[in-house]
Design a protein around this ligand. Structure first.
Ligand code: PEP
Ligand code: MG
Length: 945
C-alpha cells in the first residue's frame, strides 16, 4: 500500500493541532454524562433516549424503571463511540464515570468484578440506535480469570459450568478484542473433542475444559503476542474499546449501507451483571416476539434452549424449542414471561422482540425492542392493533416501511408443480416469505461471483448450515437463503426478513457440507450450480426449477385496507414510467395516476421497427431520413393510441427521442472484424452475415462488402468520445427536426383518434436534456406547429402541454428562463445526478463500493437522491421555474421517484408528482402519504425500524 511521508514541520504542526483538538475535547467532555446506570428499580435514562443509549440501553432503562426483573448494569453512551472514532481513545472523564458506575454496581450486587468468593461477572454488549442484529460484538462472562473461575466453580458447585464459561470468555475476548481468528479456537476445541471421543460440546468434562483453557491461553499468547489479561479491570476497558471499534467493522458498515443507517451515530456499550442460562436444566435462555413476525398473527411466539447461554439461540448453532414448551417445563416462569411481555407491548404500543434468561428458575429480561417483521406482518399487526384500541389509524400508517410493500407481491409456489417426489423437505422453517428458484451456492463469495451484477439473470440461493454476519454480502445478492440449522430468530431469518428476501431456515433434514460444496437431502446429492426451489412462506425445499405463482389475494386485500387509511393524507401525485400499454395497465392496477415518462426510443427496438429506425439513422440526407420516419410513424401512433386508451384521460408524458443514435447500430469493432474476415468467409459464414445485416439493407452475399463498408463509415461518423454528453436529447431534434415532427405528429394523430372515440386524452410532450431556453423554444415551436397542422387536418383540437425534462445543472440555474416556454418540468434525476457529480451512471460501480466503504458517499446517489447537492439544484430549479410560472407542474421521473427517502424529499420541495416503475408505484404512494401525514400531524414518522 502506498504511504505518504510528511515533512517534519508538517508532522509537528499536525501533532499540535491534534493536541489542541484533544484539549478542547477534554474540556467539552467534562460536562458530558457518559455513563447511565440502571438497577435496583431505577435507571438514569429512559426508553426515549435511543440516540444516547442505543436501542438496547434505552430498553433496559425503561424496563428497570417499570420494575421488571432486569440484571443491573450501566450504559456507556454513543458519544463515547463517536469520540473513540475521532481520536482512537476515550476521554479520562468517561473512564472516571465508568469506574464510578462499576463501583455502584458492585455495591448494589455486593460483589466485586472478578474478585472474592462470589465474583461479579458482566456482559459487555453493543447497542446502537437502530438494531443491527449480530453485526457488532459482544463479550460474555467478563471478570473471569484463573482465580475467579475457581471461586465460581466452588460457589455454583459446578466446576464444568465455571470452566466452560471461562473458555468461552477467552474465545470471545481472543476473537473480538485480540483479533485472533475464530478458527484458531475452533481447531483446539474440535481436537479436544476428538481426543476425548466427545460427540457434543457438552460431553467435554471439567478436566477436558481446563485443558482447553490452557491451550486457548497459549494460542492467545502466540497470535496476539500478549497474555490473556488476568486483571478484570483491564478486561473491561479493552472489551469496551473493542465494542466501540466493532461499529466500524466491515459487516456493520455493509449493514448500515444496506439499511441506510448513518455512519456517525455510533454504538453504546452496555455493561450488565451476568445471569446464567447454562447452570443446568433449571436454567435456560430464549428470544421471542409478542406476535408472529412472519405473518403478524397474534400469538406468543419464540424459542428457547435449556441449559444454554445467550448466543446459542440467536447464532443458530443449536435448533431451539418453541416457547410454548416452556409452559410445561416451568409454568410459573412461563406465565411471568407472558405477563411481562404483554405489558411491554402495551407500554410500547408495538410488537416486541425480547430476550430473556432463566437462572435457576428465576426470570430475567435482557432486552426488549420493537420487533422487525415482514411487510405482511407489519400490516396485519397495524390493522389489529387499531382494532384492539392500542394505536390510532394515524399511528398505524407509519407502521409499514414503504419498501416492504413488495412482500405482498412475492411469488408463491404453484402447488400443482410441488409433487411429493420433488420435495426435499417440508419441515424447514418459513423464515421469510416468497418462493424463489435459483442455483445453489455454498459461500458468500461464490454467491457474489455467480450472481455478478444481475441477480435476476443469475439467481442464486445461498445454502449454508447457518449464516453468520460475515455472509452479508452473499445474502445481499442471493434471491433466497436456505439453512439447515437455526430457528426463526436465527441470523438468516432476521436478516432476510429485513431484506424482504425469501428464506427457509433450520431445514434439519438437509445436510449441508460447505467445505465439500455439497448438500444432501433424501439420499440425493446436490452440488454448487444445481437448481432448487425454496418456499419461504411454508418452509419447503424442492429440487429443480418449480413453477411459481403470483401473490395471495387475501393479503393484498389487507394491504388495500391499510392503504385506505394512509392514502387520504397524500397530496403528491404518483405516476408511472411506462413505455407500452401492458406496463401502463400494470401501473394503473397499482394506482398510478398517469404516466410520468414514456421513453419513446424503447418502442423503436421492437423487431418490426428497428429496421426503419436504422434506415433513418443511416440516411445521409433529409429526404431518405423522412422516408424512413414515415414508416415509423404508424408504429408510434399505434403505441400512443394504446397508451391513451389505457390511461383514459390521465396525463401521459411522452418524451421525444433521447439516446445517442449509435445505440441502434452495430459496434464499430464488430463491423471491422466482419469486414476483415469477409474475403476468407465460407458460404455458410456469409449466409450468417447476410441474415445478421439484413436489417441494414443487405440482400445477398454480394451486397455484404458494399453495405458493411458504408455501415462502418456511418458508425465512425456517429462515433463519439462521450456519447452521454453528445448528440442526444433535444440536440437530436434540433439537428434533425424531422424526427421531432414525426413524433409530434404520431402523438397528436393518436390523441385525436382516441378522443374521436369518446376517450379523453391528456398528452404532455416532453423534451429531453434542455440546457437553454432557445433549445426549448426551437423544439416547442415545432411541436406546437405540428399540433395545429394535425388539428386542422383532422378537424379536432385536443388539450396538451409542452414541457421539458430538467437533467442538467444549467437548466436548474436558468429554470426561470426555460419556464417562459416550458409548461411543465420533470426532473430527470438520473442524468441530473450524472451531470452534477460528473459520475458516469453506467460506470459508477467501479468506484462506488470503495466510496461507500470509505464513507466518502453514504449511499448510492443513483438510488437515493443526494439531497445536499442534486437536491439543492432541484429546489433551485423549482423555485426559479415557479417564479416565472407560479402554477408550473413539477414532477420527477428519475429512478429516485420510487425510493422512499427521495419521495419524502420530493414532497418537501413541493413537487406535484413522482413517477417510478409500475412495481414501485405502491411504495411511492405510501411514502408520499407518510410524508404528508407526518407533516400534517406533526409527527416524526415513527416508522418501525
Ligand atoms: C433521467 O435522466 O432521470 C431519466 C429519467 O431519463 P433516462 O434515464 O432515460 O436518461
Ligand atoms: Mg435522462
Amino acid at each position: 500500500m502506498a504511504t505518504t511521508t510528511l515533512p517534519d514541520a508538517e508532522i509537528a504542526e499536525a501533532r499540535n493541532e491534534a493536541k489542541t483538538a484533544a484539549k478542547s475535547a477534554e474540556k467539552k467532555s467534562a460536562a458530558t454524562k457518559y455513563v447511565y446506570s440502571f438497577g435496583g428499580g431505577k435507571a438514569d435514562g429512559n426508553g426515549k433516549m435511543k440516540d444516547v443509549l442505543g436501542g438496547k440501553g434505552a430498553g433496559l432503562a425503561e424496563m428497570t424503571n417499570a420494575g421488571l426483573p432486569v440484571p443491573p448494569g450501566f450504559t456507556i453512551q454513543t458519544e463515547g463511540c463517536r469520540e473513540y472514532m475521532r481520536s482512537n481513545a476515550v476521554s479520562k472523564d468517561l473512564d472516571r464515570q465508568m469506574n464510578e458506575a462499576l463501583a455502584a454496581l458492585e455495591n448494589l450486587q455486593g460483589q466485586k468484578l472478578g474478585k472474592g468468593d462470589n465474583p461479579l461477572l458482566v456482559s459487555v454488549r453493543s447497542g446502537a440506535k437502530f438494531s443491527m442484529p449480530g453485526m457488532m460484538d459482544t463479550i460474555l462472562n467478563l471478570g473471569l480469570n484463573d482465580q475467579s473461575v475457581e471461586a465460581l466453580a466452588k460457589r455454583t458447585g459446578n466446576p464444568r459450568f465455571a470452566y466452560d464459561s471461562y473458555r468461552r470468555l477467552i474465545q470471545m475476548f481472543g476473537n473480538v478484542v485480540l483479533d485472533i481468528e475464530k478458527s484458531v479456537f475452533d481447531k483446539i476445541f474440535d481436537a479436544k473433542k476428538k481426543q476425548k471421543k466427545a460427540k457434543l460440546d457438552t460431553d467435554l468434562d471439567a478436566k477436558a475444559l481446563q485443558e482447553v483453557i490452557l491451550e486457548y491461553k497459549k494460542a492467545a499468547k502466540k497470535h496476539a503476542k500478549r497474555d490473556f489479561p488476568q486483571d478484570p479491570q483491564e478486561q473491561l476497558v479493552m472489551a469496551r474499546d473493542a465494542v466501540f471499534r466493532s461499529w466500524q467493522n466491515d459487516r456493520a458498515k455493509t449493514y448500515r449501507r444496506i439499511n441506510n443507517i448513518d455512519d456517525m451515530l455510533g454504538t453504546a456499550v452496555n455493561v450488565q451483571a451476568m445471569v446464567f442460562g447454562n447452570l443446568g436444566d433449571t436454567s435456560g435462555t430464549g428470544v421471542g416476539f409478542t406476535r408472529n413476525p412472519a405473518n403478524g398473527t397474534k400469538e406468543f411466539y419464540g424459542e428457547f434452549l435449556l441449559n444454554a447461554q445467550g448466543e446459542d439461540v440467536v447464532s443458530g448453532v443449536r435448533t431451539p424449542v418453541p416457547i410454548l414448551e416452556l409452559e410445561k417445563i416451568m409454568p410459573d416462569v412461563y406465565n411471568q414471561l407472558r405477563d411481562i411481555t404483554t405489558r411491554l407491548e402495551k407500554h410500547y404500543k408495538d410488537m416486541q422482540d425480547f430476550e430473556f434468561t432463566i437462572q435457576d428458575r428465576k426470570l430475567y429480561m435482557l432486552q426488549t425492542r420493537n420487533g422487525k417483521r415482514t411487510g405482511l406482518a407489519a400490516v396485519r399487526v397495524a390493522l389489529e392493533m387499531v382494532d384492539e384500541g392500542l394505536i390510532t389509524k394515524e399511528e398505524a400508517i407509519f407502521r409499514l416501511d414503504p419498501n416492504q410493500v413488495v412482500d405482498f407481491y412475492v411469488a408463491r409456489l404453484d402447488e400443482k408443480d410441488a409433487k411429493l417426489e420433488d420435495v426435499l423437505t417440508s419441515k424447514g422453517l418459513p423464515a421469510s416469505p416468497g418462493a424463489v428458484v435459483g442455483q445453489i451456492v455454498f459461500t458468500a463469495d461464490e454467491a457474489v461471483e455467480k450472481a455478478g451484477h444481475d441477480t435476476e439473470k443469475n439467481p442464486v440461493i445461498l445454502v449454508r448450515a447457518e449464516t453468520t454476519p460475515e455472509d452479508i454480502s452473499g445474502m445481499e445478492v442471493a434471491v433466497g437463503i436456505l439453512t439447515s440449522q437455526g430457528g426463526m430468530t436465527s441470523h438468516a431469518a432476521v436478516v432476510t426478513r429485513g431484506m424482504g428476501k425469501s428464506c427457509v431456515a433450520g431445514a434439519g433434514e438437509i445436510a449441508v457440507d460447505e467445505r465439500a460444496g455439497q448438500m444432501r437431502a433424501r439420499g440425493q446429492v446436490f452440488n454448487a450450480g444445481d437448481w432448487i426451489t425454496i418456499d419461504g412462506s411454508t418452509g419447503r425445499v424442492l429440487r429443480g426449477k418449480r413453477n411459481l405463482l403470483p401473490p395471495d389475494p387475501e393479503n393484498l386485500a389487507k394491504l388495500e385496507h391499510f392503504m385506505s387509511w394512509a392514502e387520504p393524507f397524500r397530496t403528491m401525485g404518483v405516476r408511472a414510467n411506462a413505455d407500452i400499454p401492458r406496463d401502463a395497465e400494470k401501473a394503473r392496477e397499482f394506482g398510478a395516476e398517469g404516466i410520468g415518462l414514456c421513453r419513446t426510443e424503447h418502442m423503436f427496438f421492437a423487431h418490426d421497427r428497428i429496421q426503419h429506425m436504422r434506415a433513418m439513422i443511416l440516411a445521409d440526407n433529409e429526404k431518405d431520413r423522412r422516408k424512413a420516419l414515415k414508416k415509423l410513424l404508424p408504429f408510434q401512433r399505434k403505441d400512443f393510441i394504446g397508451l391513451f386508451k389505457v390511461m383514459e384521460g390521465l396525463p401521459v408524458t411522452i418524451r421525444l427521442l433521447d439516446p445517442p443514435l449509435h445505440e441502434f447500430l452495430p459496434k464499430r469493432e464488430q463491423l471491422m472484424v466482419d469486414i476483415a474476415s469477409l474475403p476468407s468467409a465460407s458460404p455458410k459464414q456469409k449466409k450468417t452475415l447476410v441474415a445478421e445485416y439484413k436489417e441494414y439493407g443487405v440482400k445477398g452475399a454480394g451486397d455484404l462488402k458494399k453495405v458493411l463498408s458504408a455501415l462502418l463509415a456511418r458508425v465512425e461518423e456517429l462515433h463519439e468520445f462521450n456519447p452521454m454528453l453528445g448528440h442526444r436529447g433535444c440536440r437530436l431534434g434540433i439537428t434533425y427536426p424531422e424526427i421531432t415532427e414525426m413524433q409530434a405528429r404520431a402523438i397528436f394523430e393518436a390523441a385525436v383518434e382516441v378522443e374521436k372515440k369518446g376517450i379523453k386524452t391528456h398528452a404532455e410532450v416532453m423534451i429531453p436534456l434542455i440546457a437553454t431556453v432557445k433549445e426549448m423554444e426551437n423544439q416547442g415551436a415545432i411541436i406546437r406547429r405540428v399540433a395545429e397542422e394535425v388539428f386542422k387536418e383532422k378537424g379536432k383540437h385536443v388539450h396538451y402541454l409542452v414541457g421539458t425534462m430538467i437533467e442538467l445543472p444549467r437548466a436548474c440555474l436558468v429554470a426561470d428562463d426555460i419556464a417562459k416556454d416550458a409548461e411543465f418540468f420533470s426532473f430527470g434525476t438520473n442524468d441530473l445526478t450524472q451531470t452534477t457529480f460528473g459520475f458516469s451512471r453506467d460506470d459508477i460501480n467501479k468506484v462506488l463500493p470503495t466510496y461507500l466503504a470509505e464513507g466518502i458517499l453514504k449511499q448510492d446517489p443513483f438510488a437515493a437522491i443526494d439531497q445536499e447537492g442534486v437536491g439543492e439544484l432541484v429546489e433551485i430549479g423549482i423555485q426559479r421555474g415557479r417564479k416565472t410560472r407560479p402554477k408550473l407542474e413539477v414532477g420527477i421521473c428519475g429512478e429516485h421517484g420510487g425510493e422512499p427517502s427521495s419521495v419524502e424529499f420530493c414532497h418537501r420541495v413541493g413537487m406535484d408528482y413522482v413517477s417510478c416503475s409500475p412495481f414501485r408505484v405502491l411504495t411511492a404512494r405510501l411514502a408520499a402519504a407518510q410524508a404528508a401525514a407526518s407533516e400534517k400531524l406533526n409527527i416524526d414518522g415513527g416508522r418501525t425500524k
